[in-house]
Design a protein around this ligand. Structure first.
Ligand SMILES: [Zn+2]
Length: 264
């Protein structure tokens, strides 16, 4: 339909971003929240179904790639792109290229443990970053201390209006984000961290208080890392997926380009 609508004819390939990781050795998708796709070679399945080469990568990697090339991270050497929303993903871009990693998990900071946290995670471990500072985790925390249900934007508004439980929830976001991102900074020392997703809309993350909190955990007396709002909006992942051809080793089969299986 898109092919007809655009008038552009048959594309050379299709880029596809998805939650989860793609094993670079096998092309098999794992840990996706679309659980029925796990264990499958999604790129091959799409290629077969569509008759055109499909390349897939983690959605946070696509986001990071686009924001590094055209968005907030433009002109910076090492960009850590974060999607902090219903889940917590991340992608690393170095000089315009996605760092995929041996297992395809580079940048997956959402399942690092936060010291002292014990909430069970779907990944089988406890106290993962995602179970503490994702949107649903913050909403759960607010409910647990206030007895009231509220969506995250409402909690942010209540904090601004002086609601004590909402303010405590925002302080928790600041402090736990600081611990979590400091671990990334100590390893990767990126020039910029671009924070997408619903939680990334919260102004607190870009303020001096958060920078000071990060500074308490980073192995350096000053933190010059830029914390940036994304510039490409909801389209960042789509732009990134369209860029996979030239830039993402994680989307490639070992030893060369993905095979296209044409069915017609
Ligand atoms: Zn986990």
């Amino acid at each position: 339909m898109l092919e007809r609508g655009s008038g552009g004819g048959r594309p050379a390939w299709i880029g596809f971003g998805t939650p989860g990781t793609i094993d670079p050795a096998t092309g098999i998708l794992r840990n996706s929240n679309t659980a029925c796709l796990n264990g499958r070679r999604l790129a091959d399945d799409l290629s077969a179904a569509l008759g055109v080469e499909a390349r897939i990568a983690n959605d946070a990697n696509c986001f990071a790639l686009a924001e590094a090339a055209f968005g907030a991270g433009r002109g910076r050497g090492v960009v850590f792109g974060v999607i902090l929303g219903t889940g917590c993903g991340g992608g690393v871009v170095v000089d315009g290229r996605v760092l995929g990693g041996l297992h395809g998990i580079a940048g997956e900071w959402g399942h690092n443990p936060i010291p002292g946290e014990r909430t069970p995670c779907y990944c089988g471990r406890r106290g993962c970053v995602e179970t503490v500072i994702s949107g649903p985790a913050l909403e759960r925390h607010y409910r647990s201390i206030s007895g009231r249900r509220a969506r995250l934007p409402e909690i942010v508004a209540r904090a601004a209006a002086g609601d004590g439980a909402a303010r405590r929830t925002m302080r928790r976001l600041r402090d736990k984000f600081a611990v979590a991102i400091a671990a990334v900074i100590d390893i990767l020392d990126p020039d910029a961290v671009v924070i997408g997703g619903g939680v990334g809309n919260i102004a607190l993350l870009y303020g001096d208080e958060t920078r000071e909190a990060v500074g308490r955990h980073v192995f350096n007396p000053v933190v010059r890392t830029a914390f940036l709002r994304p510039l490409l909006g909801d389209s960042a992942g789509v732009f990134g997926a369209a860029m996979l051809s030239a830039s993402s080793r994680s989307a490639m089969r070992p030893g060369g380009s993905p095979r296209a299986r044409r069915t017609r």
